[in-house]
Design a protein around this ligand. Structure first.
Ligand SMILES: [Zn+2]
Length: 115
């Protein structure tokens, strides 16, 4: 399928940082002259919009979350919710992301009063 008007559904995720988001959110490295096959070319690579780290991609968000679900099913409860929360946030490591997520969970929203 190649509809010109079709939305690009790919998602990208960090190879060097803990970031993921829609392909439209991806940043680009500053243009840099490199020699490819003996010819000079100016390249700009897709990268994390926050830290500039290199990215990998998955065809759709559903496919990406399927991977998270598989991981959760292997004995990591709450992993999918954590991944959904982390969308668009750059962390240097998964440990830092998990720490921020845990902090958010304890600070959370104030409990609702019952009337
Ligand atoms: Zn990053």
């Amino acid at each position: 399928m190649s509809h010109a008007s079709q939305r690009d559904t790919r998602v990208a995720y960090g190879a060097m940082c803990f970031w993921w988001g829609d392909i439209q959110q991806v940043g680009a490295t500053p243009p840099k002259a490199v020699i490819i096959g003996g010819r000079q070319q100016v390249v700009s690579l897709p990268c994390c919009p926050t830290c500039g780290g290199m990215l990998m991609e998955a065809p759709t968000e559903a496919a990406f979350l399927k991977g998270a679900q598989d991981y959760e099913d292997k004995g990591n409860p709450g992993y999918v919710a954590f991944i959904r929360w982390s969308k668009g946030k750059c962390f240097k490591t998964r440990e830092l992301a998990e720490a921020a997520y845990a902090k958010r969970a304890t600070e959370g929203e104030p409990p609702r009063r019952r009337s």
